[in-house]
Write a protein that binds this ligand. Structure first.
Ligand SMILES: *[C@@H]1O[C@H](CO)[C@@H](O)[C@H](O)[C@H]1NC(C)=O
Ligand SMILES: *[C@@H]1O[C@H](CO)[C@@H](O)[C@H](O)[C@H]1NC(C)=O
Ligand SMILES: [Zn+2]
Length: 474
């Protein structure tokens, strides 16, 4: 052990420097996005900073704020959105955000505790800005604000809390990438896979999503925000639907006050520890001051894609040759809380997760654009993205595949723990959905395209089938 680690060091992400035996190993607080860059934040000492400064000028170092007790470090960043959606510059958005934090609230507490979310009174918010660029910032905030940042952040910004302790960097080891490469190398169209994947039902997806958004007038769900009652209704409903398809499910509680992760598993019919995870997040975010948070596209669409796969598994009596987990995460909108908890649990058990694919926002298609599938440019395992791309060209050739700068959904939590992972997204390019993080994010609207949603769900399902191997029997 060295002495105390009083400094925070922020440097451009460089895998080789984190991996090799250096003064930075074991000091990582996380890799975070800043515009089109990824930056690593480390907790370290003066000697290490001096050796770093001898090597490069592109770093920032400053005294670490006292984070023990009630302070939480958070990274906030502007998301990659199409310029047509933006009315303010990132700088103005940030300034407004700081104003909101310091201005007294109009009302004390907010709304209906049964359905809505309590928007906390701002006077309870304590914060300090430690580092800032035009598209990102590092703050320390009190725990109350940490949990409620999504209710005060600008619409196109998101936050990620720092872990309490620095850790090792877990790169995805070559042994986890090899099986992906070998499936890719022998990939060929399989008519059974095509038939099974094509059995995904659009009418059923329409019903399912209308339950989650509350558009069906039956579920009573107004919001699936992680703290709202509707998220509990959604969790119980999802668990039941998955169980009906033969999965074994559990509700994983990860943090007080948050809705649980819904984790459903189909055991392998051959003896293996290998486990593939296909996921979405069912929690939602809405407009300022509104309790309506239908989250139709974000991420009702990804959740429904996962559920549609479960229904097709049952319909076709599919048995897999690896364990398959279908997961609906909560706490994504507050900073990947649910998936972080699960990925860390799996890593601590040394679980053999061989592939992880997160679906976040699959249904929006900008008028005039073709159907698309976007794969992440920065966070994720390139070989997994390549596998998904090639499977897409076999089973959903109508999708135009490309890369997106939209980034960092729940697959990031698995990537950080060294698991081979990627994300599927609705567009090759930045976010273009005008209802993103808006109370109008319903499924019944222009641009919400069930054909694209099904085409991407087919790719997810075909990827599992090719990757695990399977048989069909009662
Ligand atoms: C994946 O698809 C690309 C583009 O069609 C092709 O060039 C490449 O050979 C494929 N990769 C493998 C390993 O089959
Ligand atoms: C993990 O699962 C895969 C797929 O079944 C298997 O090939 C591999 O040997 C397993 N790894 C370990 C360490 O058990
Ligand atoms: Zn999302």
């Amino acid at each position: 052990m060295r002495g105390p680690l009083p400094f925070l060091l922020i440097v451009p992400f460089d895998k080789s420097l984190l991996e090799q035996e250096s003064c930075l190993s074991g000091r990582l607080l996380g890799n975070y996005r800043d515009g089109s860059y990824v930056k690593s934040v480390m907790l370290t000492d003066q000697d290490c900073i001096s050796s770093w400064s001898a090597r490069t000028k592109s770093f920032s170092a400053f005294f670490a704020p006292a984070v023990q007790g009630f302070r939480q470090l958070v990274w906030i960043e502007e998301e990659s959105v199409d310029s047509s959606l933006k009315t303010l510059t990132a700088e103005d958005e940030f300034a407004q955000f700081l104003e909101r934090l310091s201005s007294p609230p109009v009302e004390e507490t907010f709304l209906d505790s049964k359905q809505g979310v309590f928007i906390e009174t701002h006077r309870d918010f304590i914060y300090e800005v430690h580092f800032q660029t035009p598209t990102a910032a590092l703050l320390s905030v009190n725990s109350r604000l940490a949990l409620h940042l999504d209710t005060v952040l600008p619409r196109y910004w998101k936050s990620t809390p720092f872990p309490s302790f620095p850790t090792e960097f877990f790169p995805v080891p070559p042994s986890s990438v090899e099986p992906v490469k070998s499936v890719l190398a022998s990939l060929a169209y399989d008519s059974t896979v095509a038939t099974i994947a094509d059995s995904i039902s659009i009418p059923q997806m329409k019903n399912d999503i209308r339950f989650l958004t509350g558009e069906d007038g039956q579920s009573g769900i107004i919001s699936r925000h992680s703290f709202a009652q509707g998220s509990r209704v959604a969790a119980a409903w999802l668990k039941q639907r998955f169980e009906e398809t033969g999965a074994t499910c559990r509700l994983m509680l990860f943090l007080q006050g948050f809705a649980p992760n819904v984790i459903c598993r189909y055991e392998s019919v051959v003896d293996t520890t290998g486990t593939v995870i296909i996921s979405g997040h069912y929690d939602s975010r809405g407009s300022f001051g509104s309790t309506r948070m239908p989250g139709g596209d974000d991420d009702g669409s990804g959740t429904i894609a996962v559920l549609s796969i479960a229904r097709a598994i049952a319909r076709n009596c599919v048995k897999f040759h690896q364990n398959v987990e279908l997961v609906a995460f909560a706490g994504e909108e507050q900073g990947l809380y649910g998936s972080r908890a699960y990925a860390r649990e799996l890593r601590s058990l040394d679980a053999n997760v061989t592939l992880m694919i997160q679906a976040d926002m699959l249904a929006y298609r900008k008028p005039g654009e073709p159907m698309q599938l976007g794969l992440p440019m920065s966070i994720g395992t390139p070989e997994v993205a390549q596998l998904v791309a090639n499977i897409s060209s076999l089973y959903s050739p109508e999708l135009e595949v490309g890369f997106t700068t939209a980034c960092c959904s729940d697959h990031q939590s698995f990537h950080e723990q060294g698991y081979a992972s990627t994300q599927v997204f609705e567009r090759a390019g930045p976010i273009a959905d005008p209802m993103y993080h808006n109370s109008g994010d319903l499924s019944d609207r222009e641009g919400f395209d069930f054909d694209q949603l099904k085409a991407i769900a087919k790719v997810q399902f075909a990827t599992i089938l090719h990757y695990t191997g399977f048989e069909l029997r009662k």
